[in-house]
Design a protein around this ligand. Structure first.
Ligand SMILES: [Zn+2]
Length: 480
């Protein structure tokens, strides 16, 4: 009561620490690209992303209904307002003893004793705290970013302490004669967010920087944009991508990112998009107009052909020996065009021993097809991307062959499969009420993506075409 000046000093330190914690809290919300030090530029981005993440909670509620994701924490539905730059609050936790909790995020190189010293924790309280089983040990191995909290009223004794012990948050009540321990429930929060960026030097790097996982990137390149975007040559540094995902946050830390729910890439002024949607209990990616992005292989790689030899054991027509026939044969006249069975990257074009002139195509996801005995090749080269139905060569009888025919093989992860069993009918596009539901969700998702892009890329020319939405009316311009 009489020592007013030390108390003021402590107050000042506390408010400085509180401000510090606020800043660091903002930093924690940016999962990627953080190397421990923040430049002014990073700060600008951090607060922008922090506000975007805060802004976009519960953005696309339709998607989680469609997907029935396992984690279903309650979502706050909030009206979309203009973003506020900067953090909003410090995690304060239960405040049953008044608002005197001080939250400290440990910085790199900072020790617990330094923190205790800064906070002016009374020596006796500190000794008592460190005697509590496990506390001393945990304090010795504090990691940067770790959070500890003190219930420390100005001028008063230490009333409580909160720390993480083996991944579990623990609170110690020090008001009584004996220290009483309670577990602090963790705050789990699932938010649907839009992550936007420009491709830059590498889509991979940029995607990681905005917080996408390797799995998300695979979904983008292998499932959603595989047929519409050539990731090796189409993309420009300034091209934009936006991805909607569900993020799970535990106590202010990002712990999990779900699958891509919706994505757009704008390249060459053209908008490409894909959306996750569940049909008959099976989730899959669809184009904006409701066509499945999972394309089937065409039934026959050549027109007007006759199946002359099936898949399985048989006597080889030239060698005479009994051996496995690893594909199927179609008889057709020399020069009949041979088509790619599915969208693919050309793996090889050339002479292939007994198979003569042959082409191998890579369809991704471990699937390859092989076409042999060609009379000549079409104008294709290894590495080239071709779409389903592209003519890759012409029927012939090169190699060990008794007459003009196509020998066709289908492999999954290197193992031969019967091509006839691999050809499924193409999935029908969405229609009726399902299509209406899908359109409602995609429209909402695209609207949100557009709003976020308007914020993230503010000041830049808006190049997003409205190709994927029917009317493409942007609502109020959200740029401030
Ligand atoms: Zn054959």
């Amino acid at each position: 009561m009489t020592q007013s000046s030390p108390r003021d000093a402590r107050q000042q330190k506390l408010s400085a620490l509180r401000a510090d914690a606020l800043r660091r809290y903002a930093g924690l919300r940016i999962p990627a690209g953080f190397n421990g030090r923040w430049t002014r530029r990073q700060w600008a981005h951090a607060s922008l992303f922090a506000s975007i993440i805060a802004l976009l909670g519960a953005l696309v509620p339709g998607f989680d209904q469609a997907l029935a994701l396992p984690t279903h924490a309650p979502r706050a539905s909030m009206a979309l307002t203009l973003p506020q730059i900067g953090p909003k609050k410090v995690v304060a936790g239960p405040t049953r003893k008044g608002d005197s909790w001080q939250v400290v995020n440990v910085r790199a190189g900072e020790t617990a004793s330094e923190i205790f010293k800064q906070l002016d924790i009374p020596q006796g309280d500190l000794a008592r705290l460190l005697k509590y089983p496990g506390v001393n040990m945990e304090m010795r191995r504090l990691r940067p970013g770790a959070e500890i909290a003190f219930d420390l009223p100005p001028g008063g004794p230490l009333r409580g302490f909160r720390y993480t012990r083996i991944g579990e948050k623990v609170e110690l009540d020090m008001t009584g004669e004996k220290i009483v321990e309670t577990a602090v429930p963790q705050q789990v929060d699932v938010r649907t967010v839009v992550l936007s960026g420009t491709v830059g030097d590498s889509l991979f790097e940029s995607a990681r920087k905005v917080g996408l996982t390797t799995q998300n990137l695979k979904e983008l390149t292998d499932d959603i944009f595989k047929y519409s975007v050539d990731f090796d040559s189409d993309l420009d540094n300034n091209d934009r991508f936006s991805v909607v995902v569900d993020q799970t946050w535990k106590d202010g830390k990002l712990v999990d990112t779900g699958p891509v729910l919706a994505a757009t890439i704008t390249t060459d002024g053209k908008l490409h998009s894909g959306f996750l949607f569940e049909r008959d209990g099976k989730p899959g990616y669809y184009t904006a107009d409701g066509r499945s992005l999972e394309r089937a292989f065409i039934r026959m790689p050549i027109p007007y052909a006759r199946l002359t030899s099936g898949f399985g054991g048989r006597r080889h027509p030239v060698l005479g020996r009994f051996r496995m026939h690893k594909g199927v044969d179609y008889a057709a006249g020399t020069g009949t065009p041979i088509m790619a069975a599915g969208d693919a990257r050309v793996k090889s074009v050339g002479w292939h021993g007994g198979y003569g002139k042959a082409v191998e195509l890579d369809h991704g996801q471990g699937k390859t097809t092989f076409y042999a005995h060609m009379s000549r090749f079409a104008k294709i080269r290894p590495g080239q991307r071709i779409t389903q139905g592209t003519v890759i060569g012409y029927v012939g009888s090169t190699g060990l062959s008794t007459g003009p025919h196509l020998h066709y093989e289908f492999r999954v992860n290197g193992a031969h499969r019967n091509p006839l069993s691999m050809m499924l009918p193409p999935p029908a596009p969405l229609s009726g009420t399902l299509l209406a539901q899908f359109k409602g969700e995609t429209k909402r998702a695209l609207g949100k993506i557009r709003e976020v892009e308007n914020i993230v890329f503010q000041g830049e020319e808006i190049r997003v075409a409205d190709a994927a939405s029917e009317k493409g009316k942007t609502k109020a311009d959200k740029r401030g």
